[in-house]
Design a binder for this molecule. Structure first.
Ligand code: NAD
Length: 468
């Protein structure tokens, strides 16, 4: 058996296929993992289906305890998992350890959530109770930017609510997730959690399978649309956390020296490969030049290197396709007349791109209109508070957005009109397990995290009892 088997029906199994996984900092294969055939994907769904009746009847306290146990396992194995994550994903080791700490923290929070029955009528004629029942088999499919954290965002609420799950990481980042699967194998009864890998070919099978009740997906908007189509015939429940092109609106009353590094961090976390990263930075006229110089000065000194090396602040892009896409967007900005400071790539092994600060751009430029998902900061000039809301909202995406100002009321007035699932003031990407996370427009459907997110893993069941 290889070092990275899959978990199906409580057993660690070889795949009918293998997959080589590349370290994006070295471009060398660093692991070979087990990959499922369609038959094995079907076996994983069958195992989850078989485990569902007993798991759904298991008292919620025991299901919460199992999720707590999984959180303990993440904590106890954080160093190993983070090392694998850096090797496959590229993020600097401190960020990989951060992903493990978040994973543990989110799981711990889910383990505290429960599903209360509500009594909506209790009088002489009837007692009406609203129960929250589990759905059945959940398929969790995730992107390559936060593989383990995103898997936990599916697994935690699915299990607490009484569902069983089949998880599938992205083909370029399956290693830490498969290791996680092996570590948690005995924390739940066989079949409750199944983890399989593919090479991008099993999505349609998993999301159209008649025995799957719900798909919880994190990835691109294009794939989200395919999942809606493939789940339509069986009317699957869907939670779709999709792409974003978040605005950060910087008003002219900010202290540029204080705000510039915060916005830089909000754009560059995980090499800019964050759904909620700041991706369109609107800067008001009076401070535009000062902000551009401050950002360029920060970018110049940032250490871009293999995430396994001490001191690396920004790692490589996660995969060659993303690397080429971001390079193409930078080139197109140049062709469209933008000024690009940084953004160099090439001349070394690995998918590295230095942070790019791009000025003299506006709507209509690809670097502004498209989700770049890389170490790129386009700065767009705006004049007045009254014009900014419509410009910010002129995007098919609506995941997050932020407003930066020293005047809270002024910032809030703008923030309230931004069409996004989350709007921050004087911060960006601040999320937590107790805070609902949702996308508006084409950034998603449904909610993750918090009690609202847990409810999405359930079906309302009304018990309406006549008394007369
Ligand atoms: P992607 O959509 O290409 O892939 C995501 C997952 O979907 C992978 O596991 C992939 O194998 C699988 N997949 C591919 N084809 C499928 C199909 N037809 N049916 C079902 N599954 C299929 O996305 P990506 O490039 O890996 O990730 C980057 C995108 O994810 C960005 O747009 C980013 O904004 C988004 N994202 C969103 C959130 C969020 O919470 N909103 C979080 C992280 C990433």
């Amino acid at each position: 058996m290889s070092d990275y088997p899959m978990l199906i029906g409580g057993k660690l199994v070889d795949g009918d296929n293998k997959l080589k996984v590349v370290n994006p900092a070295t471009e060398a294969v660093f692991a070979t993992i087990e990959r499922a055939s369609q038959k094995q994907a079907g076996e994983a769904i069958a195992a989850a289906k078989a485990a569902f009746p007993a798991w759904s009847k298991t008292p919620i306290e025991k299901r919460q305890a199992a999720v707590s146990k999984i959180a303990d396992i993440v904590r106890d194995n954080a160093a190993e998992l983070a090392g694998l994550l850096t090797a496959e994903q590229g993020k600097p080791l401190p960020e990989a350890l951060g992903e493990m700490a978040w994973t543990e923290g989110y799981l711990r929070h889910y383990a505290t959530l429960s599903l209360e029955t509500k009594v909506v009528q209790d009088d002489a004629t009837a007692r009406v109770e609203v129960h929250r029942k589990p759905l059945g088999v959940v398929v969790g499919i995730v992107a390559w930017n936060f593989p383990v954290l995103l898997a936990a965002w599916k697994l935690g609420p699915a299990l607490v609510a009484g569902n069983t799950i089949v998880l599938k990481p992205a083909p370029t980042t399956p290693v830490a997730t498969l290791r996680f699967a092996a570590l948690i194998k005995d924390a739940v009864p066989p079949g409750v959690v199944n983890v399989i890998a593919d090479e991008n070919e099993l999505g349609a099978f998993l999301t159209s399978h008649p025995d799957v009740a719900k798909v919880s997906f994190t990835g691109s908007t294009e794939t989200g649309k395919k999942i809606m189509k493939s789940g339509a015939d069986t009317l699957k429940r869907l939670t779709l956390e999709l792409g974003g092109n978040d605005v950060a609106i910087v008003l002219d009353d900010v202290n540029v020296k204080e705000v510039a590094p915060k916005i830089f961090d909000a754009a560059m976390l995980n090499c800019g490969q964050v759904c909620m990263a700041a991706k369109r930075i609107y800067v008001q006229d009076a401070i535009y030049d000062e902000m551009a110089s401050a950002m360029a000065a920060i970018a110049k000194d940032v250490v871009v290197d293999d995430g396994a090396k001490q001191g690396a602040r920004i790692g490589p892009l996660q995969n060659r396709m993303q690397f080429e896409k971001v390079k193409g967007l930078i080139d197109s900005a140049k062709k469209e007349g933008a000024t690009v400071v940084g953004g160099e790539s090439g001349g070394r092994t690995g998918f590295f791109i230095k942070p790019a600060i791009i000025t003299n751009v506006k709507e209509g430029n690809r670097i502004v209109d498209e989700e770049q998902f890389g170490p790129v900061i386009p700065l767009i000039r705006f004049k007045s508070d009254s014009e900014i809301v419509s410009r910010a909202n002129a995007s098919p995406y609506g995941l997050g957005g932020s407003v930066w100002s020293s005047n809270f009321d002024r910032a809030r007035k703008i923030a309230e009109d931004i069409d996004a699932g989350t709007v921050w003031i004087n911060q960006h990407i601040t999320i937590g397990p107790h805070i609902p996370m949702a996308g508006s427009k084409q950034s998603g459907i449904g909610v993750e995290q918090s009690q609202e997110g847990l409810a999405e893993f359930t079906q309302v069941r009304v018990l309406n009892m006549a008394k007369a």
